[in-house]
Design a protein. Structure first.
Length: 272
């Protein structure tokens, strides 16, 4: 009897321990299954392959201020950005613009590429707020040797703008010299050093060159390709087409005082 009681006591304490619930393998598997459920990715629409050669409106801005024919006032710039947003334009990045031109396709029917030459400081203070407000994108063509000048973007400011996702940067050479007046060696130095600076300082692959004042010659075109640029922009007026050649693309100059109606007519193009 005593042995039975002692044995029972022993058995009783053991049974108390056995009543503690432990997580089952099934529960663990269920938690793993729940955590491994794939997140649905937003489907990107396929680009539209065009039947006719693409005509791309590339807008050319400089300073977003007032004073001369190269300066578009802040209010006008904001109005034009609002127009693009309201009329459902897709503003391309440099990478997208190159893809569009070289594959003859576009992500949607209405596209435009916004470019700003020289990298003025007011691109940050007066231009970026409108781009952010309307969720648009622009490319700034930077003069890499001017980043120390008070009215041009510093490297820190360029990095800050790039980090917003609303701006990318391309080359406008080192010293903004007329390339067609330089020797081949001088031209190469301007093109190569500018690209190297942007690649290293902004941690990117710089694929686009914008000629200072639109000045270039056959040697410039050859050197642009050799230096690793995929396309180059001029100041020639008109829509950009591949018929012009990769290194001789036209743009649409946006002038101060332009009405919204004129702006709308200027960029209107039908791509089929």
């Amino acid at each position: 009897m005593l042995i039975a009681l002692l044995g029972g006591g022993f058995l009783w304490s053991q049974s108390r321990t056995s009543k503690v619930k432990q997580p089952t393998q099934t529960h663990r598997v269920q938690r793993q299954d729940a955590s491994s459920t794939p997140v649905k990715q937003k489907k990107t629409k396929p680009w539209i392959k065009l039947k006719q050669p693409l005509k791309l409106p590339i807008l050319m801005y400089h300073s977003i201020s007032s004073g001369n024919q190269l300066r578009v006032p802040k209010k006008q710039f904001a109005s034009e950005m609002a127009y693009l947003k309201q009329h459902h334009y897709r503003t391309l990045t440099t990478t997208e613009a190159i893809r569009a031109l070289t594959t003859n396709s576009i992500p949607q029917k209405k596209v435009v590429w916004i470019t700003l030459d020289d990298a003025y400081k007011d691109n940050l203070t007066n231009g970026l707020p409108a781009l952010q407000k309307y969720k648009l994108h622009a490319t700034i063509n930077a003069i890499t040797g001017f980043t120390y000048k008070h009215n041009h973007l510093s490297l820190a400011e360029m990095k800050r703008m790039k980090a917003t996702g609303r701006v990318d940067f391309a080359s406008h050479t080192v010293q903004h010299l007329n390339l067609d007046e330089l020797s081949a060696a001088q031209q190469k130095k301007e093109l190569v050093n500018s690209k190297k600076w942007l690649d290293q300082k902004l941690d990117q692959q710089t694929d686009m060159l914008c000629y200072p004042a639109g000045r270039a010659n056959a040697t410039t075109h050859r050197l642009a390709k050799q230096s690793g640029y995929k396309i180059a922009l001029t100041t020639q007026e008109g829509f950009a087409t591949m018929k012009q050649g990769r290194y001789n693309l036209s743009r649409l100059r946006i002038t101060p005082g332009m009405t919204t109606a004129t702006f709308a007519d200027l960029i209107a193009v039908t791509n089929h």
